[in-house]
Ligand binder design. Structure first.
Ligand SMILES: [Zn+2]
Ligand SMILES: [Zn+2]
Length: 319
């Protein structure tokens, strides 16, 4: 096992120098992400950062092509997964024979659930997997909705035939605990019932809003989104479109990078992580986004990072 200090040695992260809340960022093309190395704080590991559909190719090699999955690690707690896109397969490799896992599922679109059947701890008896997610407007819970997808003929076996024990918990606008964390869930404008989450632990806070319909009426955001984001240490947010992409896609449930920046500024976010990249955005284009957004952040007192697979953030904060 590679040690944390070995992974971080020699890396320099100038964009983080201005942010006291992010201790280290490691961008690796490394499949054994050190999510279980002892940490005194909250750690985020990005296993999948794309929106819409997985993609691959030399042109997206550095940022990666797996869909949404971020792991939040707390000392002494089971792994907490934010979404189950194709990136969760790599989280499974790192988790080995973990006894229990929790997941906060933002919504049920394919790019957020497609990795679930390939998460290897689900194939072991004795693993306990608890999935929190939004109930549907037709009354179906998150469990019934997933069962309707992970079942023949779309998948060889049904979710109830997996050896692991699944538990499903429905939420709307709620407050609840997961392990030793406090979780705030709020409905977020997208297409279909969608939750954003704010997870707080030990004076640190992380908000996760992977898919967010930019308001078209000039408002900054809904009251629920403001609750999730206000003063948060790290906001992981939809960054699907650039201005040019938005034309013709104004109502597809997403937002522009510029909107994510304005939202972060309006809500007093300390660190913004641009996430859920359009599958058509190649590495060079994302480099340009990252550079421009980081510069904007320096001018506005916000650390702005652009998510890539293997990105690891240690979070410390003041609430
Ligand atoms: Zn999505
Ligand atoms: Zn979606």
């Amino acid at each position: 096992m590679v040690s944390w200090s070995a992974l971080t040695a020699g890396f320099a992260f100038p964009e983080c120098d201005r942010c006291p809340y992010v201790l280290a960022v490691v961008s690796l093309r490394h499949r054994n992400y050190p999510s279980h190395i002892d940490s005194e704080g909250m750690r985020l590991t990005f296993h999948g950062v794309r929106g819409s559909t997985p993609c691959h190719g030399e042109e997206i090699r550095r940022y990666g092509g797996n869909t949404s999955c971020v792991e939040l690690s707390i000392p002494g707690d089971p792994p907490l997964l934010l979404d189950l896109g194709t990136g969760v397969r790599y989280a499974g490799t790192a988790h080995g024979d973990v006894a229990s896992v929790n997941c906060l599922l933002g919504h049920l679109h394919w790019d957020h659930i497609q990795g679930l059947p390939f998460y290897s701890p689900a194939l072991r008896a004795g693993t306990s997997i608890t999935i929190h997610g939004p109930a549907q407007s037709d009354g179906r819970g998150v469990g019934d909705t997933l069962r309707s997808v992970v079942t023949p003929p779309m998948f060889p076996v049904s979710i109830d035939e997996f050896p692991a024990a699944f538990e499903f918990v429905d939420h709307g606008d709620d407050e609840f605990t997961v392990g030793s964390t406090m979780v705030l869930s709020r409905l977020v404008p997208h297409i279909g019932p969608t939750l954003g989450y704010r997870v707080s632990w030990g004076g640190c806070s992380v908000a996760y809003i992977s898919d967010h319909q930019e308001p078209l009426n000039g408002e900054v955001c809904s009251s629920g989104v403001r609750e999730l984001c206000s003063g948060v240490d790290v906001l992981i947010h939809d960054a699907q479109y650039l201005d040019a992409d938005f034309i013709g896609h104004e109502t597809w449930g997403h937002c522009r990078v510029d909107y994510a920046l304005r939202l972060a500024e309006s809500c007093g976010v300390k660190t913004l992580v641009l996430f859920h990249h359009d599958p058509a955005r190649d590495d060079d284009a994302l480099d340009a986004v990252a550079s421009t957004a980081a510069e904007w952040g320096r001018e506005h007192g916000i650390a702005v990072l652009t998510a890539s697979e293997g990105l690891i953030i240690e979070v410390t904060g003041a609430g």
